[in-house]
Ligand binder design. Structure first.
Ligand code: ZN
Length: 106
């Protein structure tokens, strides 16, 4: 069922997490999660994966090219543990599997 599918995406990444891009053109870059699109299994990371958008002229501006962040697949990013500073897989309660630190405890 639809609900089951959404659950199986199992998005552990949250807004404000520091992540590293694992694949694609921005591979190796780090950024902070600006938004999590749970349904799509994607995240938007500040300043990463920028794409150009053409905007029409409006009363507010002359229009032209603006750069916006395109969502990235969750599978293409890894959460960076604030303690060991490495990309880590998180366990169910968002604990770093490398050093055991809880991601949410700052
Ligand atoms: Zn760690």
């Amino acid at each position: 069922m639809q609900e089951e599918k959404e659950k199986s995406l199992n998005v552990k990444i949250r807004k404000g997490d520091k992540v590293k891009i694992l694949s694609g053109k921005d591979r190796g870059r780090e950024g902070e999660v600006a938004r999590v699109l749970t349904r799509e299994g994607k995240v938007i990371i500040s300043g990463v994966n920028m794409v150009k958008h053409f905007t029409k002229k409006t009363k507010d501006g002359p229009g032209g090219i603006v750069e916006v962040e395109a969502p990235l697949q969750v599978s293409k990013v890894g959460v960076v543990c604030p303690k060991c500073k490495k990309v880590s897989r998180l366990s169910r309660d968002r604990t770093c599997r490398r050093c055991g630190a809880k991601i949410d405890e700052k």
